[in-house]
Design a protein around this ligand. Structure first.
Ligand SMILES: [Zn+2]
Length: 89
């Protein structure tokens, strides 16, 4: 099934399967790998560029009403870089 979601980074729409979901879990941002956690969620392309844009625009804080600290940004960056590598191989 094709479900369309909007990326918080580039604001382009994409297939739900191609985006990762990030949720506000008790005030902390969490990568929802199963895309099944309840609560407020934001969608992001598996792309370091989109992440960068989203961080610059404070898109997560605004969309999810959660603060994103430096460690969370690093964690997300690592996650996306790993995933990008896997997709290339
Ligand atoms: Zn994007």
């Amino acid at each position: 099934m094709y479900q369309v979601r909007t990326c918080v980074g580039c604001r382009q729409r994409g297939n739900r399967a191609d985006l990762i979901r990030i949720v506000n879990s008790q005030g902390f941002l969490k990568i929802d790998t199963q895309k099944s956690l309840s609560g407020r969620g934001s969608w992001l392309h598996l792309s370091s560029k989109c992440l960068e844009t989203a961080v610059e625009r404070s898109a997560f804080s605004r969309a999810l009403k959660a603060n994103m600290d430096h460690e969370q940004v690093i964690e997300l960056t690592n996650f996306i870089e790993q995933a990008e590598k896997m997709l290339k191989n």
